[in-house]
Each structure stands twice: as C-alpha cells, then as structure tokens.
Design a protein around this ligand. Structure first.
Ligand SMILES: Nc1ncnc2c1ncn2[C@@H]1O[C@H](COP(=O)(O)OP(=O)(O)O)[C@@H](O)[C@H]1O
Ligand SMILES: [Mg+2]
Length: 386
C-alpha cells in the first residue's frame, strides 16, 4: 500500500487474519501505519524510483490516498506491476474536473460545473446558476481543504486570482441545495464481482466528516438506487478495490459529489458494524478473492470521528480512554497514533445498538469526550449523571 496513514494502518490490521503482512511505503516512520506494521519502507509517493523499488517486492500495489502522479502510475503499469485501482480508473478520484466530465458524459446526476481559468469564468457561472457557488481545486484537496464557498461576485474576484497565481487548477460548481449527504460504498474485483454495503448518511462540519449513520435513516427507494449507481460507476470506470461515492440528497433525487477509490472514512463503521469490513473487502478485491458479505450486524451503527481539539484537553489520551470505557464498555475505539492537532482526524469511535437516535447520541458523546475530555451532557466521571 502506498501511503502510511490511518487507512493503511487499518488495512494492515485486516490483512493479518488473511495471512498477509501489508507492505507499506510510508513517508516517515511516525506515520500511523509505520508505527504498527513490520514491513515498512520509507519513501515518497512522488518519487518514481522509490515506487519502482517498492513495487518489486509486492504482489499487487494499492493506495491509502490518491496522490501518486498519473505518469508514475502509468510507468509502473508499463513495468508490469499490478496496480489496483489502475490509473485509468484512479484519475476520476484524483481530478474532480475529469470525474465531473466523465460522469456527466455517462448521463449520471452531477451538479452544473465548469473549468476556471480566470475570475470571469466564475462570475459568468454565478450569473447563470446563482450565488453562492462552490470553487474547488481540481486536484489534491481533502477534508474541505481545496473547497471554497463563494457567496458573492466580490469574493470570487478576491479569491480566484490568488489561487490561480499560486498554481492551483480550479473548477466551479453549483452549490447544491441538499437535504443531507450520503455515501454509497461498494467494492469491485478484477473478476468483475461487485458488493455494496447499505447506504449511509455522512454528517459534515466545516468540510470534515464528523459522523456516519449506518444505515442512512429514512431512505426509501434511495438506498437501492444509490447502491446501483455506485456499482454502475465502479463497472463503467473499471474500478478494482473499494469505491466510495459521496452523494447529495436533493428534492429531485441523488446528485454525485465525489469519488474515492480506497477505504473511506464513510466506511469505518464496517469494521464492527458489517459482516465484512471495508479494509478486508479492499484486500479481497485487489487480491481477486471472492468478496465478503456486506450486511449490517445491528439495526443501528454510528461512527463518530475523534478530531484534535483546539485547546489541549487536561487529561492525556490514556486517561480519557479509561473514563470512556468506564462509561461505555461497548464502545469500539480506533486511535491512529497521530499527534493531536486542532481539527485533525486522530481516531474514531463506533457504537452499535437498536435505535439510531440513542446510538447516535452515545457515539457523539464518546467522540467529543475523546477529543476534549469533556462530557457534553454534564456526566460526572466520579458520581455518574448529575
Ligand atoms: N457543490 C456543492 N454544493 C454544496 N456543498 C458542497 C458542494 N461540494 C462540496 N460541498 C461541501 O463540501 C464538502 C467537501 O467537498 P468535497 O468536494 O467532498 O471535498 P473533499 O475532497 O475535501 O472531501 C462536502 O462534503 C460538502 O459538505
Ligand atoms: Mg469529500
């Protein structure tokens, strides 16, 4: 796996029962996966020589992120390396403009969009489609970095030239009037087998996913529509491995936001909440094994991200864990071994249960506690509920 972040760390964990030890190309020995995996090489994903040397000892190459340059991927494929997902598929997760153009050409629901080469493009687009509009870096963004909400023509005139001058290729799209955000997660193997988990709801704050509800409540026919849509995209683009399709639910149905071709934050709940976790499924898919069952194991599953707090909590992580488990013995905690910087994803917690509202509240309290060392509901660690 290229990249040593938390996705590689959790993929390593899933590889163990399959009799595999994940080989990881990490940038630093303090990367989340490098802290736990034995088979780690240090190197940059932008260095073709490092990629080539690493690939020599791998059966198949896959990714923790989408930042390996296309030309390097193509060089590896030309060398005879098995790369899953391959560059033809992966470009749609690397470049939002390429993705919008391709999905639009397939007749799939995407918001109106256009490429931006100067501020006038955005002004024209805003005049046609209304304000606010959403400006995006075509490549390299994540967790809302690379997404700018433009409320007025003035803000476009200010922001666009600055970004273009800094060398950021841009696009603009309609600000979609949405009810909520959803994510359809599927896997596809080289053999062509597909598997879809139940549709989930993702809750974002400031461009970062904070909660995932599985299954998404009150979806009606949307659940199956989204699964079919994601399986169709996986087949049309020739994806091997996991595909997450981020979706907006609107009054007129589903609109596609973006694609990820790797284990995804919206699928962390599957580790304890589904028969097969996304990390195992990704390995099965890239190794061309038959795919695993995707059913939920409880009526309601909620994953909440643990984000680094703005103010350092009084208690250390160890003490916070201690108190969390005292209150919620059934909480499933994953910490990634990352330093606690404000807003950074440092872990997640998953809770399972019978009723979505109750499970959601418990997961929210648990994650907030791990981030801040404060119980949002005033729970007293010494005397129970006040
Ligand atoms: N066209 C849009 N209309 C409304 N909100 C959007 C739009 N595009 C993105 N967003 C909001 O910004 C978030 C991040 O955008 P996204 O393109 O998914 O970037 P990232 O690569 O950082 O995840 C989305 O989850 C959504 O909340
Ligand atoms: Mg996104």
């Amino acid at each position: 796996m290229i990249g040593g972040g938390q996705l590689a760390r959790m993929t390593h964990q899933a590889a163990i029962p399959l009799g595999q030890s994940l080989r990881v190309l990490a940038e630093s020995d303090s990367d989340p996966a490098a802290l736990v995996a034995r088979d780690v090489e240090l190197g940059k994903h932008t260095d073709l020589d490092a990629l080539r040397a690493f690939a020599k000892s791998c059966d198949v190459l896959t990714f923790d992120h989408e930042h390996v340059p296309q030309e390097h991927l193509r060089a590896l494929v030309a060398d005879g390396v098995r790369v899953h997902p391959g560059p033809d598929a992966l470009q749609h997760a690397q470049d939002k403009l390429v993705m919008r153009e391709r999905l639009g050409a397939l007749g799939l629901p995407v918001p109106p969009f256009r490429e931006v080469t100067d501020a006038a493009d955005v002004l024209k687009f805003g005049a046609e489609h209304g304000w606010p509009c959403v400006l995006k870096a075509q490549r390299g963004g994540y967790d809302g970095r690379g997404v700018w909400m433009l409320n007025t023509p003035q803000s476009a005139q200010r922001v666009v030239p600055e970004l273009l001058a800094a060398g950021t290729p841009l696009m603009v799209e309609q600000c979609v009037p949405m009810r909520r955000e959803l994510s359809a997660l599927v896997a596809r193997s080289p053999f062509g087998q597909g598997a879809a988990w139940p549709l989930v709801e993702t809750v974002q704050r400031e461009g970062i996913c904070v909660e995932v509800l599985a299954p998404a409540p009150d979806t009606g026919a949307l659940g199956e529509q989204a699964q079919e849509l994601a399986l169709r995209i996986a087949a049309e683009l020739g994806v091997v491995g996991l595909l997450a399709v981020e979706l907006f639910e609107t009054a007129d149905g589903l609109v596609i936001n973006e694609l990820a071709m790797r284990p995804h934050n919206s699928g962390h709940w599957t580790i304890e909440g589904a028969r097969t976790s996304q990390f195992e499924q990704h390995l099965r898919a890239v190794l061309d094994y038959p795919l695993g069952a995707t059913d939920l194991v409880a009526p309601a599953v909620v994953m909440a991200n643990v984000l680094g707090a703005a103010d350092a909590p009084e208690m250390g992580p160890d003490e916070r864990l201690h108190h969390l488990f005292a209150r919620y013995p059934d909480a499933h905690v994953h910490l990634y071994g990352k330093a606690e910087r404000p807003g950074r994803k440092i872990g997640h917690v998953t809770l399972l249960g019978e009723r979505m509202d109750q499970v959601r509240e418990r997961a929210r309290l648990a994650a907030h506690w791990l981030s801040h060392g404060v119980w949002l509901d005033g729970y007293d660690i010494h005397g129970g509920q006040r």
